[in-house]
Ligand binder design. Structure first.
Ligand SMILES: C[S@@+](CC[C@H](N)C(=O)[O-])C[C@H]1O[C@@H](n2cnc3c(N)ncnc32)[C@H](O)[C@@H]1O
Length: 212
């Protein structure tokens, strides 16, 4: 079986800066709705270019990790923030991490829920903040379409039993809009969400999206 297990920094940037306003909404909630639960130092797991931490956690101490090499040339970095090219499972810190932020990265690190829980236990943060897609409505239909029409996909799914030994204190539902100039671009953006190879199914996916 083969599935896409990574996306390029530029793809993420285009998704977030050009076609979707989701990160503005995430930043708003981090700054206002859940602010009181966020305590430095923060570990931003799969930070990508780091725009969320830059905009929403500028006054806090943040360690941004990503398996990809990302530098100040890709996106600026706040004075109290550091970037590390590092796999989440290899991350180690002498300093106690108080908050772990996992924003749209769970699908890349959830091969084993036990390993994931073990890593969180080792880091031992007070709070884990997850930013996840809810796979209902359009996203649910899309997942079903992917199951039926692609060799494999790797959508982001809420994990039962993760994080273990933590109590859910707040859920903040929100909806973001993905606006593209044409259906082929929408198909490309959607392929990043579902981590599917677009080439073989592009036209079929466009037909599906036109009917949604
Ligand atoms: C969809 S992006 C999310 C970026 C950002 N957190 C956001 O919400 O906009 C997922 C990021 O996770 C990174 N990633 C994937 N697997 C990882 C791992 N094992 N450890 C650290 N980062 C990882 C990818 O390189 C990518 O930048």
């Amino acid at each position: 079986m083969r599935f896409r297990n990574s996306i390029q920094t530029l793809d993420v940037y285009n998704f977030k800066e050009t076609f979707c306003e989701e990160n503005q909404i995430i930043c708003h909630h981090l700054q206002h709705t859940v602010q009181k639960y966020i305590k430095s130092p923060i570990l931003d797991v799969g930070a990508g270019i780091g725009d969320i931490s830059f905009k929403a956690l500028g006054d806090k101490k943040v360690i941004m990790i990503d398996v990809n090499k990302i530098s100040r040339h890709d996106y600026p970095c706040q004075p109290g923030h550091v970037r590390k090219q590092c796999d989440f499972f290899d991350f180690e810190s002498k300093e106690q991490i108080n908050t772990v932020l996992i924003s749209h990265t769970l699908q890349f690190i959830d091969d084993s829920v036990d390993l994931l829980n073990e890593k969180i236990r080792e880091i031992n943060p007070e709070t884990v903040i997850q930013v996840l897609n809810t796979n209902d409505d359009f996203m649910g239909d899309l997942m079903e379409w992917c199951n039926q029409n692609t060799e494999s996909s790797n959508p982001e799914i809420k994990l039962d039993g993760f994080p273990r030994n933590y109590t859910l204190i707040k859920t903040v539902p929100f909806t973001a809009l993905l606006r593209c100039p044409d259906f082929m671009e929408l198909a490309r953006q959607v392929s990043y969400l579902m981590l599917i190879e677009l080439d073989n199914v592009a036209n079929k996916l466009v037909q599906f999206l036109k009917k949604c």
